[in-house]
Design a protein around this ligand. Structure first.
Ligand code: ADP
Ligand code: ADP
Length: 225
């Protein structure tokens, strides 16, 4: 059974249906990428998983439970974390304080969570007392990912994590995403950099005007273009 299954999801903002039947799955320990032209509804599909969209048809099932229509705070507690596209670290806080904020829903001892996250982002460990606002764009993206991982989600949603980053940081983000997967967290991400993303992911979907058109392994989708 897939960890996440979107089945024929329809919905949008106001009266307009942006999604017109999106179906996809994410398995355990899998990195799945959504690519497609600008405005296709990639970010909207991700928002539908996180309860940020009025879903008017179809369903979202996570870890054996139908979460369609759930509010984001419930979805977070159920095990999905979302890193939106906007640059959303707390710039006036240090890296470490950002991570602490990420863990605010967590009970008990935080040291194991900090160890795990700093293990994934060794560069940030050295900078843990720096203000997040003083870091580069790529490092801030890692802070945002690390903050989400402080809650130990089963599924991490990343909306264009490499937007505006240099190729060096893009590769680093992809490498870390694999480490995160290998640590047991599934990832669903939206990417503009289709070629690079399809080459690195486990599986991909191509979205066009609110519905998915093709799916397959990254290699098969690349060969298909
Ligand atoms: P890149 O941004 O990596 O250079 P391209 O510009 O070649 O990618 O991609 C052109 C468009 O086609 C992009 O919007 C991309 O998301 C989309 N696309 C990628 N793979 C496929 C595919 N297998 N079938 C259809 N469209 C695809
Ligand atoms: P993509 O991520 O593939 O570029 P989006 O999911 O961001 O596409 O957007 C899909 C469509 O939904 C676009 O036509 C966009 O203008 C529209 N849209 C996105 N966000 C909103 C919103 N908050 N309110 C109304 N329309 C929106």
């Amino acid at each position: 059974m897939a960890l996440l299954e979107m089945k024929d999801v329809r919905g949008g903002y106001g009266d307009t249906d942006i999604l017109q039947g999106v179906s996809l799955t994410v398995g355990a320990r899998e990195i799945v990428v959504i690519v497609g032209p600008n405005g296709a509804g990639k970010s909207t599909a991700m928002k539908a998983v996180f309860g940020l969209l009025e879903v008017r048809g179809g369903s979202v099932v996570f870890d054996g439970e139908d979460i369609t229509g759930w509010a984001p705070h419930r979805i977070v507690r159920r095990g999905i974390c979302y890193v939106p596209q906007v640059d959303n670290v707390f710039r006036e806080m240090t890296v470490h304080e950002n991570f602490e904020m990420g863990a605010f829903l967590r009970r008990g001892e935080l040291s194991a969570a900090f160890d795990r996250v700093y293990g994934l982002f060794p560069d940030l460990k050295a900078k843990r007392r720096n203000l997040a606002g003083d870091l580069s764009g790529g490092q801030r993206q890692m802070v945002a990912m690390g903050r989400a991982l402080m809650l130990s989600p089963k599924l991490l949603l990343l909306d264009e994590p490499t937007a505006g980053l240099s190729p060096k940081y893009m590769e680093q983000i992809f490498r870390i995403a694999r480490d995160v997967r290998d640590a047991g967290v599934s990832i669903l991400l939206v990417e503009q950099h289709a070629k690079q993303a399809l080459a690195f992911c486990d599986r991909g979907y191509v979205l066009a005007t609110g519905a998915n058109r093709h799916q397959g392994t990254g290699g098969a989708l690349l060969a298909d273009r």
